[in-house]
Design a protein around this ligand. Structure first.
Ligand SMILES: C[S@@+](CC[C@H](N)C(=O)[O-])C[C@H]1O[C@@H](n2cnc3c(N)ncnc32)[C@H](O)[C@@H]1O
Length: 366
C-alpha cells in the first residue's frame, strides 16, 4: 500500500518537475500490441505508423515496430525524436556511435534538431525488412509534435503510437483527436477525469487498452535519484508507476468480454467485501443512483444508474454497460459540468463519495 502511494506520488512529481524522460519497456509494448493483433491480425496491414515523441536510441517503440515490420505487413514506419536542447529535463547528452559515424553527423544539429527515422524497404539487401533498414536524417526543427513538420507526418499516418510527455498529455491527445487518427498512447488513469477526455470515453471514441501486467508500469529513466523509496529499483534501473494505462481507439478482445456478475441479492449474501455483505446498496442523497464501491460488486440485475469507481473502466464492455456521466468528490462539481449539470457530487450520509462514473446495464439479467 505504501509502495502504491509512493508510485502514484511519483507520477505527480514527474508532472510537476516536468520530467518527461520515461522510456517504455519492450515487453509492455509487445504485450499491449498483441492484444490488438489477437483481435484483428490485419490491424496494421498496409498501414503507416507514426511514433512521435520517441527517441529510438533510448526507446523501444521503434525497435519493436521495426522488428515486426514484415509480420505486421506495415507499409511505412516513421519515428521522430525531440531535440536534446528542447527537453525540459536536461541530462548529459552523448550522441551514439550510430550517429557520429554516419557521414551526415552534424555537431550542432545533434543538439538542437530532432531526428526522423523511416522504414519502408529492405535497404541493406539482406532479404528482410528490419531495424537495420531504418533510414534517418535530422528534422528541420526540434521534433515538437506541435510543429508543422510533425503535423504533416501525423496527417500522413494511419496510427499514432507512443508514450507522450506526461506534462503535455491533454494537448497531445487533442492533437491526435483533431486529426481523427487511430491511436495507442500511454497516460495517467487520472486523465479520465479531465473535462476534454471523459466525453471521449463516454461517447465510445476512446477506451482503455489491454493494460500493464497487474496494473504496474515500469519505465526506464535517465534520472535515478529523485524518487520515493521503493519506486526506483537500482537493480533493474526501472521506475515503477501505478495508475498508468494505455488509451486507445483500436479495438481489442477484452472490451467485448462481459464482466461476470452476481445479482444484488447474491452480492448481499456472498460478497467478499464487508461494505456489501449483509448490507443494503445505498442511494445517493442528491442523485438517483446507487453507490457501488467495487466493480465486482455491480449487481447484474439492477436496472437503474450505478456509481462505480474509475477503475471500472478497466473492465468496461460497451455491449454490457452504458456510461451516463461522472461525478467529482470535492464539491467542486462535475468535471466541466457538461455531461450532467444537475449533480454536483455524490453524497451519502452527508459525505461526498469520491470520483464516480455513472453507468447503467444495457440488459440487466434478472
Ligand atoms: C515519456 S517519454 C517516452 C519516450 C518514448 N516514446 C518511450 O516510450 O520510450 C516522452 C518523450 O517525449 C519528449 N517530448 C517532450 N516534449 C515534447 C514535445 N513537445 N514534442 C515531442 N516530444 C516531446 C520527451 O523529451 C521524451 O523523450
Amino acid at each position: 500500500m505504501k509502495d502504491n502511494k509512493a508510485s502514484n506520488r511519483n507520477l505527480t512529481k514527474a508532472k510537476n518537475t516536468k520530467n518527461d524522460e520515461f522510456y517504455t519497456q519492450y515487453y509492455d509494448i509487445e504485450r499491449e500490441v498483441n492484444a490488438y493483433l489477437e483481435y484483428n491480425p490485419d490491424v496494421f496491414r498496409e498501414k503507416t505508423i507514426l511514433l512521435p515523441c520517441d527517441d529510438p536510441e533510448w526507446s523501444n517503440f521503434t525497435k519493436f515496430f521495426a522488428q515486426n515490420f514484415e509480420t505486421f505487413g506495415l507499409k511505412k514506419l516513421i519515428s521522430t525524436s525531440y531535440a536534446p536542447d528542447s527537453k525540459r529535463y536536461k541530462t548529459p547528452y552523448q550522441p551514439t556511435l550510430f550517429e557520429t559515424q554516419n557521414p551526415q553527423f552534424d555537431q550542432k544539429k545533434t543538439i538542437i534538431n530532432g531526428k526522423i527515422f523511416t522504414l519502408t524497404k529492405d535497404k541493406s539487401g539482406d532479404g528482410k525488412i528490419d531495424i537495420n533498414d531504418l533510414e534517418w536524417t535530422y528534422l528541420e526543427g526540434d521534433g515538437d509534435f506541435r510543429s508543422k513538420e510533425i503535423i504533416k507526418l501525423r496527417n500522413e499516418a494511419d496510427f499514432i503510437i507512443t508514450n507522450p510527455p506526461f506534462s503535455l498529455f491533454r494537448e497531445f491527445l487533442a492533437w491526435i483527436v483533431e486529426a481523427n487518427k487511430d491511436f495507442l498512447i500511454i497516460g495517467s488513469m487520472n486523465a479520465i477525469t479531465y473535462k476534454e477526455i471523459f466525453p471521449l470515453i463516454k461517447e465510445d471514441k476512446m477506451w482503455l487498452g489491454n493494460g500493464f501486467k497487474a496494473g504496474n508500469a515500469f519505465f526506464s529513466s535517465p534520472t535515478t535519484n529523485d524518487y520515493a523509496e521503493g519506486v526506483f529499483n537500482p537493480n533493474t534501473g526501472l521506475v515503477k508507476f501505478r495508475n498508468v494505462v494505455w488509451f486507445t481507439n483500436i479495438d481489442h478482445g477484452r472490451r467485448h468480454q462481459p464482466l461476470p456478475l452476481m445479482t444484488m441479492a447474491d452480492n448481499i449474501k456472498f460478497s467478499k467485501h464487508k461494505e456489501i455483505k449483509g448490507k443494503e446498496y445505498q442511494q445517493y442523497e442528491n442523485y438517483n443512483a446507487i453507490e457501488v464501491s467495487y466493480t465486482d460488486a455491480i449487481p447484474s440485475d439492477y436496472e437503474g444508474v450505478m456509481g462505480v469507481p474509475i477503475s471500472f473502466l478497466n473492465k468496461y464492455s460497451p455491449e454490457q454497460f452504458e456510461i451516463i456521466g461522472m461525478a467529482e468528490d470535492n464539491g467542486k462539481g462535475f468535471s466541466g459540468g457538461i455531461w450532467d449539470g444537475q449533480n454536483p457530487h455524490c453524497v451519502i450520509n452527508g459525505k461526498n463519495k469520491f470520483k464516480r462514473i455513472f453507468i447503467k446495464h444495457r440488459n440487466p439479467t434478472i
